[in-house]
Design a binder for this molecule. Sequence first.
Ligand SMILES: C[S@@+](CC[C@H](N)C(=O)[O-])C[C@H]1O[C@@H](n2cnc3c(N)ncnc32)[C@H](O)[C@@H]1O
Ligand code: SF4
Length: 363
Amino acid sequence: MGYCGSVSTRSSSNSSCFIATATYGSEYEKEVVLFRLYRDIVLNKSYLGKKLITLYYKISPPIAKMISKNSLLKRYSLKLLSRMLNRIKRDSRLQKKPSQITIQYNSACNLKCKLCFVSPDEVAENKRINQIKLFDFLKRYNNYQTIDWIIWTGDGELFLEDEFFDSINKICEDYPNIIHTLITNGTIDKLNKLRYPEQIYLNVSLDGIKEIHEDNRGEGSFDKTINFLQHASKINFKKVTCRLIATKKSLINIDDYVKLVKDIDKGFAIYIQDLIDPCKTNVNIEDYYIGFDEIEKVAKIDNSIVLQKKNPIFKEISLHHNGIYNCFQAVTKIGDYDSNIKDIIANYNKSFLNCKKCRSSCK
Ligand SMILES: C[S@@+](CC[C@H](N)C(=O)[O-])C[C@H]1O[C@@H](n2cnc3c(N)ncnc32)[C@H](O)[C@@H]1O
Ligand code: SF4
């Protein structure tokens, strides 16, 4: 995706590895990333491991403080952690074969949202995934590792592309067990072109009540999206979710928002996504940004509200017009469309050690 390159402002204090961060100097160092992965993927899966994590978080902040102030202690800690890392690196439980794929399909868009995190430079020309390469890749990947979920999104709007409907219809037909999530702004109603709605989770961006939504997406966008949602309610989609960007403005009227969505369809879900720094320089982030604690409080008002996960890392591989990446941020490339799938998965498993600082919330 074409981001501005800035980092999400969400607090991650409760998920940092204090001692490792103090020892290696930054939470973005690859060694620290590996310790976090080990915590989430291995320790967090067992009773004893969970107890160990709780104990660690209790005792580690003062130790980390001492380490950061004392170079002798830092050297000693470095020695100890390096030994631990050598063992962790050999742990087969850290090797994954993702069954989920994200497709960053295109970059053209019909809207110019004020808060959009996509860099305008990136969308100047429509960069679209080649259909033949996509089909071939999915076939080869699925032979190696069964795909169970595909998330279609991009730097732009999927529903602008007629070829997208051909692609998804064919994939639904060829792989009836794959579930698809489509993320759309809901302003282009071509829902009738989707031939297999029962295999599709529809995610429609709705940023608030009319005034708030149009403050971001422009005049006339709200009614189009509401009409789209009303139409979706009449079709047999597996699940429909409205995606709300959490801002100071959008969360004030959350009760009205929930009512708006439920009036369209009681079965629709709501997904609150954290605000990522927008790319447009004329937006003052302080007018919009709201802390995660506030978002968590608001999310409790209705049990159909789902909050964005804190650790989305290590789940998917991501297809872009110019190759295969280890996550949707498209920072670390792990192969090309014609690469051997075994190599792609091997690169995937190594890739998080080389992750550069990005604005994702996988901390
Ligand atoms: C980049 S858009 C692409 C799909 C489609 N054009 C849309 O708007 O739904 C993917 C998702 O990112 C969300 N999004 C865009 N800018 C955002 C920001 N600054 N912070 C958080 N989410 C954002 C959109 O609301 C949408 O749900
Ligand atoms: S519709 Fe989606 S991709 Fe297009 S400008 Fe808005 S948030 Fe960005």
